[in-house]
Design a protein around this ligand. Sequence first.
Ligand code: AGP
Length: 611
Amino acid sequence: MCGIVGYIGHQQADDLLLTGLKRLEYRGYDSAGLAIVDGDELVVRKQSGKVSALVDSVTNVRVRGTLGVGHTRWATHGFPNDQNAHPHTSADGSFALVHNGIIENYATLRKQLQEKGYTFASETDTEVLVHLIDDVRKAMNLDLPEALSHALSRVVGTYGIAIVSAEDPDLLLAARNGSPLLLGINENEYFIASDASALIEHTRQVVYLNDGEMAVVRRGGYEVRTIGNEPLQKEVHQLEWEMEQIEKQGFEHFMLKEIMEQPKALEDCMRGRVRASEGRVVLGGLLDVMDQLQRADRIIIAACGTSWHSALVGEYLIEEFARVPVEVEYASEFRYRNPILRENDVVIVISQSGETADTLAAVREAKQQGVLTLGICNVVGSTIARETDAGVYLHIGPEIGVASTKAFTAQVLVLAMLAMRLAEGRTLSQAEIAHNLHAISAIPEKVQAVLDQSETIKQMAKVYRYASNFLYLGRGYNFPVALEGALKLKEISYIHAEGYPAAEMKHGPIALIDRFMPVVFTALKDRTYDKIISNIEEVVAREGSVIAVTDEPNGELDRLCEYVIRIPRTEEFLSPLLTSIPLQLLSYHIAVMRGCNVDQPRNLAKSVTVE
Ligand code: AGP
């Protein structure tokens, strides 16, 4: 959840680290800090608040040096104040450490260290690591890499760590267990980062660290070892993202940019895969496992948050078209309830970041039980993408806004393509598949038509911005859209919102409806349209204010609803790709009007790498 960046090379480290932290701020943003080795001195600057506050303080009095580490924090232990901000330094001030993750046995270690005379300046679990390394180093007379390796053997928990020391101004150390870290390689300079966005303007060449690995980086070269000190040969990968993809490019927020780029994102996602004229789908990442997947007796999809909502759409899609039973699980629950998996089950996980700890744990549980695991991820080279047996990338470029938007629609698109692929030669004729693929190909243009209504939706947002509660209702494919619409609104505007299957309203939520309750319906002219109209009537009868998203052309809804948003017609199974868009825009405009920080909502972080 936190962001880590480290540098060793020939350039001044402060600018590089601060730019890196700015890029990583979507990972955590309650405090920030850096440590730079200046000659034989270690200079630490850190403070609560956004990276911009740190930038101001460092710009006023620059810190010289070509070796350093930086951190942007999402608090797990202790308040987001100056003391708890990273880096944390050893008692003698000789080395500094930044950490992402949670040290689970920190209380025991802290007690042991206190008994040895160590005092603690913060409430963090991270400071335990610093003193532990220091203690091991002194007691066993070890150099820093050896001390790190020994100390980590006593640690239970997750970590991505970067360390610099004034005693060795030629050394940048990093270690990983459960929290992402990569090493960027350039001519005579190296970077450590928790996320590729901090590296991309400097280098495309990266080495991904795996759990249980550490990197010992010097100005003249690097080595990767296991934490137990076994040398490793690591492959160097090439990053695919472009610089402009991590810039706002004139948009006020990343979230708006990402909403608006959905037509292109969806086109990129289906490019080369949807072969409408041939009536087939090609998913290159699944070629090797397709036979096994086709034989699946059951598919389990595990995910969190927005990705869990797309998984629910996937359940409808795969069951309808491929007739394979699907179960959708919260990844966090899946692992801890001792799930029953059988030989011909397949576990699919969905994760934009590919780093979500709960989802990764679900992959490991499934692998341990010996079933095929597939990943639907956006971030190429992410841990989940690497640990699953096979998978499909979204290929939509980085998603920086903390509230997921384009990843949701792309995940749904991948699931629709997967459903068609699974139906091939089994449950659908080639003509039926061709028909559906033509409908898929037409989606980006239809998404654009919905986006073109942004200004109208902004006017609606003016009316609803002071609401305290919202209800979102939909049926069938649009029930998960209702959940997603509610999640979007609460995440970025802090308005309480709930999503339900529309028919469930009468079983409880109807009690909430009065004239202060806006209710957002998706009311498409499909097999449940009449039922939805009855639900709308029930809300109107109780003075609720209805916003409807519909493809109904005749104005029937205008009589009942306060606002009607019209979207182009598409096949029912593709409707989430269109109905979710106005809900994203509504949340966005309301949040902006309420003065909320849309890209970095309070208490959230882009990628939840702790359990
Ligand atoms: C979405 O808006 C959220 N910020 C969050 O629910 C997110 O979808 C969830 O944490 C899962 O992330 P992942 O897709 O990267 O695994």
